[in-house]
Design a protein around this ligand. Structure first.
Ligand SMILES: Cc1ncc(COP(=O)(O)O)c(C=O)c1O
Length: 363
């Protein structure tokens, strides 16, 4: 554990003294007793849809948090739910970083929202690139920490590289950094539970794990993500979030998703198999220079000319992401694993390039 970690000292003063908004629905728990609710200016007659959305939802989503905690073998008090994990990123910045004074460390190439959210909150960003193997450069990170460094963002498996960060490096940061390490595990379900740090959450009070329902769970349209952290950190996030940050239909559907989680394993297996199929096919495409190992639902690969190949694919109806402008990703495209049929079509298209390349070579 970091020797001088002191959560109280990390929190912005205005948040420490904040009197959070007290919503009508947090004062009274619907499950306790049959009350007649005349407190929240809702429509007591019902809704135009006639299906029970006339009441504000539970601001703390207690039931679904409890079921998620049970599934993750943690305490419900360690679970924060947000409007996507992007909401948790923003709230962490707002709770811990003073605009124009504090800063965060990010490790590019990585997910773009850490930088964007920091910029929105006027929080400085120091970039400490991943090393040549796309792993955390612990010495460089720790030597760049100063008293203004409140958060370090790490992503595992990392977007866009697809690999997991080494656990021992994550632990080294946790043991030597007095701020918070925000470990984004958005793609962890594709990598296997032994790669997750969720079970270590009680051992590291300066660890915040982000997970999302947008990837393996297939619920990107719902906008649901979580931050897993100490109850004290969860409380802080709850105190600054909009009171009803998760709507009732999202809460309902999330509850159903958790009940039907047997589907998750099956989908992850299929996606991982399709990823390996794509990797094996990409190896035979002549313009592909390098394929980076992935434990996520996407593949980063280097081609001869990323812009040209990106446009050729677009012309053929395939939208990929050109990641060439990111540190360490020269001439790289990021490909999300599609359905069996999507992937076959893509491979057919890529193979026609081989034939064209061969034609040019022999002429
Ligand atoms: C690493 C990473 N974290 C978080 C997110 C966003 O997740 P959510 O949809 O829960 O906001 C993404 C989305 O692409 C991502 O790649």
């Amino acid at each position: 554990m970091a020797k001088n970690f002191n959560l109280e000292a990390l929190v912005r003063n205005n948040i420490k003294t904040l009197e959070p908004y007290s919503s009508a629905r947090s004062d009274f728990d619907k499950t306790d007793k049959e009350y007649i609710y005349l407190d929240a200016n809702e429509n007591s007659y019902g809704s135009v849809l006639g299906n029970g959305f006339n009441r504000y939802p539970d601001p703390l989503q207690k039931k679904v948090r409890k079921n998620i905690a049970k599934m993750k073998l943690i305490d419900p008090a360690q679970v924060f739910l947000g409007h996507g994990s992007d909401e948790a990123i923003d709230l962490l910045l707002r709770v811990f970083c003073r605009p124009a004074l504090d800063r965060v460390i990010i490790c590019p190439p990585t997910y773009g929202m850490y930088q964007v959210s920091a910029a929105i909150n006027e929080v400085g960003v120091l970039e400490v690139p991943l090393d040549a193997g796309f792993d955390l450069d612990v010495n460089a990170i720790l030597s760049n920490v100063d008293p203004s460094t409140k958060l370090i963002f790490a992503c595992s498996p990392n977007n866009p590289t697809g690999n997991c960060m080494s656990k021992d490096r994550i632990v080294q940061i946790l043991e030597n950094f007095d701020g918070l390490l925000v470990l984004d595990e958005a793609y962890i379900d594709f990598a296997g539970s032994d790669k997750s740090m969720v079970q270590d959450i009680s051992s590291f009070p300066n660890l915040v794990i982000l997970q999302t329902f947008s990837k393996a769970w297939g619920l990107a349209g719902l906008r649901a993500g979580m931050a897993i952290a100490s109850p004290q950190i969860v409380n802080l996030l709850d105190s600054v979030k909009p009171p009803y940050n998760m709507n009732q239909s999202c809460i309902n559907l999330l509850g159903r998703a958790v009940e039907e989680r047997h589907m998750l394993k099956k989908m992850v297996k299929e996606i991982n198999e399709q990823r390996e199929y794509l990797v094996s096919e990409l190896k035979n495409i002549s313009c592909v220079r390098k394929i980076f190992p992935s434990e996520a639902n996407f593949i980063l690969f280097q081609v001869d000319d990323a812009e040209e190949r990106y446009n050729q694919l677009l012309y053929n109806g395939f939208v990929l992401r050109n990641r060439s402008n990111l540190v360490g990703c020269d001439q790289c495209l990021r490909l999300t694993v599609g359905t069996d049929e999507d992937n076959k079509q893509l491979v057919r298209c890529l193979k026609t390039w081989n034939a064209i390349d061969e034609m040019f070579e022999s002429s």
